[in-house]
Design a protein. Structure first.
Length: 276
């Protein structure tokens, strides 16, 4: 199985618009991995995770094949994870061809997507399914099974994280969320050992380094990794990746990667592809 990080930032991106903080200045000067767009990921060539406002940029930058991408699972309805206005591009005046997309999302996102579908008359190219915590479903013609688990994030956005199983592998994509509730731990124990874990690290080592609710920091992410190993849902062979970064975390990519280089975790960057 392969996962590609199309974007790795929180809402504001790095560098952020209108910002003159040290992290944004250093990231702009350094370029490369230090430049981050809004978070989005692609599993193999067919399963998209989230649909932010940067999706069109990701499509252009990485040459996404929309005839292969059949499904999109949405974590929550904040605009850096779901930008319904751009789903309107499925309309025949904007997109020629036969590509279709099946969105799976919570009640908040589903409501927004239905409004776009009705207004733009794209119902024939857009399929919508409701996601509810602890109710597994299949995507991409049954190729993957997804288990949504409740996220500790803004509850009006219908937030979930996803445990995904396919090709004999299990992954956890945990953005956006604070530390897991006991119900999530129960769900993970039932799901089985994880081969790949992508954890929220919005707070890094910055002013929000003690972040417990809403997002995680490096410290709370580390605590989550340790418990995963204690619970038996992960082990030393599991690939752990930190993702979803803000300039408020206080580090550029290069600085954070140096700080954790011997800690058994990978710091995500836009374009990072991991096979496992």
């Amino acid at each position: 199985m392969r996962l590609k990080y199309l974007g790795t930032a929180a809402y504001e991106g790095v560098p952020s618009l209108f910002c003159d903080c040290e992290v944004c200045r250093k990231s702009m000067r350094a370029g490369g991995k230090n430049l981050r767009s809004r978070s989005q990921a692609l599993v193999n060539d067919d399963l998209l995770i989230d649909f932010p406002a940067d999706t069109v940029w990701h499509s252009q930058k990485y040459g996404l094949d929309w005839n292969k991408i059949t499904d999109c699972i949405v974590t929550h309805s904040h605009s850096d994870h779901l930008y319904p206005k751009d789903v309107a591009m499925l309309a025949k005046d904007y997109a020629h061809g036969t590509s279709k997309l099946h969105f799976h999302c919570g009640e908040s996102g589903l409501r927004q997507l239905k409004e776009v579908a009705e207004r733009e008359h794209i119902g024939s190219r857009l399929e919508l399914s409701l996601v509810e915590p602890f109710k597994p479903f299949t995507v991409c013609g049954g190729k993957y099974k997804a288990l949504p688990l409740p996220a500790d994030h803004a509850q009006d956005t219908s937030p979930v994280i996803y445990a995904i199983e396919g090709e004999g592998k299990r992954i956890l994509y945990a953005h956006d969320t604070g530390m897991f509730s006991e119900s999530v731990w129960n769900g993970l124990r039932s799901f089985g050992r994880l081969d790949f874990v992508s954890l929220d690290c919005t707070g890094c080592f910055g002013l929000t380094s003690e972040w417990v609710h809403g997002h995680m920091s490096y410290r709370t992410g580390r605590m989550t990794i340790d418990r995963m190993k204690q619970e038996g849902v992960a082990d030393d062979n599991t690939v752990f990746v930190l993702n979803h970064f803000s300039h408020n975390g206080g580090q550029t990519h290069d600085e954070l990667a140096e700080a954790v280089k011997d800690k058994g975790v990978i710091v995500a960057y836009d374009g990072l592809t991991i096979e496992f």
